[in-house]
Design a protein around this ligand. Structure first.
Ligand code: NAP
Ligand code: LUD
Length: 283
């Protein structure tokens, strides 16, 4: 039987609608308007696209947003200075530094400088640590969006076998933590994993976050599994996921499309975290 498609675009739209309502109420109560600062260094076309999408989404729900577009030649100290200014700017509740940064910059030092209470990406070591010990924290937007999708289909990860491919700080590692927290038995795979196909075949929940077009084949998928495709790969004019969707959809129970799956959820979660930061939910 063909899998059910998890429509991230539609779920994200619902989230934005609810957030717009919530912000309206907050403003009526005399609360401040949530504000997000997005920092973009250099001219990577994909980053540029994502930042534009974030700006548009903020506008739609009523979040104040400002962009800081900086040349790829910017010095580390200048960027740290900007973060300091944003940390002390009362109208800014969330700070997002779009990754990747140019190789000439020390990414972790920049992230460490962001006030953890404004770290809507959940990349600061304080938030990473809080996530690991199960305290409330800002959660990286992509894995947060994926958990939301899993909840939307009313799939309970408890006792299930979850396999995550990719161990980045932005997707794979926090994804494994979130699934573990929900009592899945988690395997985290990467480029040194010996038999990736065999690991995947065990998975009730399979999350692919690698960046290799259609690497996950239909016969790697356990029949009925929940398949979450995080990959965004530009191949010619096409955008392909990490999963060979057309074949995989006949094996999976649920599957996310690319585009229109995880991507829109990432942005919806960013908006949600910005509203939470404004309300000081976590600090
Ligand atoms: P990343 O930092 O590029 O890391 C890729 C991971 O995949 C690494 O852990 C790497 O292993 C692993 N890997 C590479 N080749 C592999 C192989 N042949 N077998 C098994 N594992 C392999 O990853 P990322 O930033 O998480 O991004 C992954 C993909 O998701 C990209 O396509 C990106 O564009 C997309 N993405 C989408 C969203 C969204 O919202 N939809 C958000 C973030 C990222 P090692 O650690 O051993 O090198
Ligand atoms: N850096 C992210 N870098 C890259 N696609 C995103 C993303 C939306 N600090 C920081 O926003 O959370 C981040 N925080 N990331 N990403 C990737 C990652 C970051 C990727 C895709 C999308 C955000 C998205 O909406 C559309 C979709 O999948 O439907 C398609 C867009 C297309 O390329 O066609």
């Amino acid at each position: 039987m063909a899998a059910q498609i998890i429509d991230g675009k539609a779920i994200a739209k619902e989230i934005r609608k609810a957030l717009a309502e919530k912000i309206k109420v907050l403003l009526e109560q005399g609360k401040p308007r949530p504000g997000l600062a997005v920092v973009l260094v250099g001219d990577d076309p994909a980053s540029n696209l994502y930042v534009n999408m974030k700006k548009k989404a903020c506008k739609e729900v009523g979040i104040y947003s400002e962009e800081h577009r900086l040349p790829g030649t910017i010095r580390q100290n200048e960027l740290l200075g900007l973060i300091d200014n944003l940390n002390s700017d009362a109208k800014i509740h969330g700070i997002l530094v779009q990754l990747p940064l140019p190789k000439s910059l020390d990414e972790q030092e920049i992230i460490n400088r962001i006030d953890p209470a404004k770290d809507v990406d959940g990349f600061h070591p304080i938030n990473v640590g809080k996530l690991c010990i199960g305290e409330k924290a800002f959660i990286p937007c992509t894995p947060a969006g994926i958990m939301h999708m899993i909840d939307t289909i009313e799939y309970n990860p408890s006792g299930k076998k979850a396999v995550v491919i990719g161990r980045s700080n932005i997707v794979g590692k926090p994804m494994a933590q979130l699934l573990l927290q929900r009592n899945a038995t988690v395997t985290l795979c990467h480029s040194k994993t010996k038999d990736l196909a065999a690991e995947c075949r065990q998975a009730d929940i399979l999350v692919a976050a690698v960046g290799k077009p259609e690497m996950v084949k239909a016969d790697w998928i356990k029949p009925g599994a929940v398949v979450i495709d995080v990959g965004i790969n530009k191949v010619g004019t096409k955008t392909l996921g990490d999963v060979a969707f057309e074949q995989a959809k006949n094996a999976a129970g649920w599957i996310t499309p690319v585009p229109g799956g995880v991507g829109p959820m990432t942005i919806a979660m960013l908006l949600n975290s910005t509203v939470n930061a404004c309300e000081s939910v976590f600090y």
